[in-house]
Design a protein around this ligand. Structure first.
Ligand code: SF4
Length: 108
């Protein structure tokens, strides 16, 4: 049996301390759900994670297509400031927020 352990040169060694790491991937459905309540629960779960910042930085560097990473909803490699609403989209689309740096959009 081979067990992969992060090394000091591993740039993603922070994963060892990930709160969502349970060895069974039991939270995958929650973290990649389209349901607003699930997204809120996933974001709340991340709030107590000690590696929230590197998790989000890594997701943005990889341009993750979707999911909750580092306590933020990410889509197409960008932090989404609003959870998509249920139902019909508005007739006039709201403009996307603009930030010089991704960390400006982090919630507390
Ligand atoms: S911030 Fe959230 S998604 Fe990232 S490692 Fe922690 S619990 Fe998992």
């Amino acid at each position: 049996m081979i067990i992969l352990e992060p090394t000091e040169t591993d740039t993603e060694a922070w994963r060892v301390d990930a709160r969502c790491r349970d060895g069974a991937a039991s939270l995958v459905a929650l973290f990649f759900s389209d349901d607003r309540d699930d997204i809120g629960r996933a974001k709340a779960f991340c709030r107590a994670c000690p590696v929230r910042r590197p998790c989000l930085e890594s997701a943005l560097e990889r341009e993750e297509p979707c999911g909750v990473w580092g306590g933020e909803l990410v889509a197409d490699g960008r932090v989404q400031l609003e959870i998509p609403r249920r139902g019909r989209p508005p007739k006039v689309r709201r403009p996307d927020p603009y930030f010089d740096h991704w960390s400006e959009g982090l919630s507390a």
